[in-house]
Design a protein around this ligand. Structure first.
Ligand code: ADP
Length: 247
């Protein structure tokens, strides 16, 4: 009987905690939507009124562009999470060259990453073979990992992010490395949980909703891929292990 009561208590406590996390999530998403929108509106007004010099105009246009991209990524994350949870996410596995995909992504993201003060580069180890990849899923995974690398190593001495593609036996690995503070060993499993954010000064001063890495994990699962993390002193390295074409 006591065991039963304890069981009920645990289930209830877990549900209360989940509902608290959901409500925190709604408020952090609203906050994340509101603050860039306020800036976009403000810069839009300055531009419309003609108050900016030519040089400032360029900066404001870029700012509006980067902030809208950030908003799109946040909305994309929320939509993907909802699709995955409702089992409405369609996986589309193709035989793709990961080196090519990473190269295209770097070309697309570099200007924005540079404006955030970081250098984004690619490296290849060995001779990576084509793998079974869902292009949208891998792109979203890498964008989330790069976003986090920028967010959490803002004060690092080395402002660099390196994407490495390598082949290990039948698996193709894509690694995302930064040179920031790293992640404590006891947090390494928890960071992939939905809504989980590490309690620290760093997370208090950075914006976030706690869904990025759970999404990374779910998207990897959908491709039959795996994700892990390790500390590199300095920095963090996430690895996505993709199945080879024959695997
Ligand atoms: P969010 O970025 O919204 O906080 P995530 O699910 O993307 O949520 O990440 C969960 C937590 O993992 C973060 O709050 C942060 O503490 C930690 N984290 C993720 N990526 C990094 C990184 N590259 N360096 C250090 N800590 C990280």
């Amino acid at each position: 009987f006591v065991g039963g009561l304890f069981g009920i208590y645990r289930v209830t406590a877990a549900q209360v905690e989940l509902s608290q996390k959901k409500s925190d999530f709604v408020s952090s998403v609203s906050h994340e939507l509101k603050s860039p929108l306020t800036s976009i509106r403000m810069y839009g007004e300055i531009l419309m009124e003609g108050w900016a010099t030519d040089e400032k105009k360029k900066r404001y246009y870029r700012y509006i562009h980067d902030e809208s991209e950030r908003l799109s990524r946040l909305i994309q994350n929320v939509l993907t999470l909802s699709r995955l949870e409702r089992k409405e996410w369609q996986t589309n596995l193709e035989e793709l060259d990961p080196v090519e995909l990473v190269k295209e992504l770097i070309e697309r993201l570099s200007p924005q990453v540079r404006r955030a003060g970081f250098e984004l580069s690619a490296a290849t180890e060995g001779n990576p073979l084509p793998a079974k990849i869902d292009r949208d899923a891998l792109t979203q995974i890498l964008i989330n990992l790069i976003d986090n690398a920028i967010k959490f190593s803002k004060t690092a001495e080395t402002q660099k992010i390196v994407l490495t593609v390598s082949q290990i036996n039948s698996e193709c690995c894509v690694r995302v490395r930064d040179f920031g503070p790293g992640i404590q060993r006891q947090q390494m499993k928890k960071i992939f949980e939905k809504f989980y954010r590490v309690e620290s000064e760093l997370t208090r001063t950075t914006s976030g909703t706690g869904i990025g890495l759970s999404l990374v994990k779910m998207l990897a699962d959908s491709m039959g891929a795996e994700v892990d993390v390790r500390n590199c002193q300095p920095g963090t390295e996430f690895t996505v292990r993709l199945k080879g074409v024959s695997g």
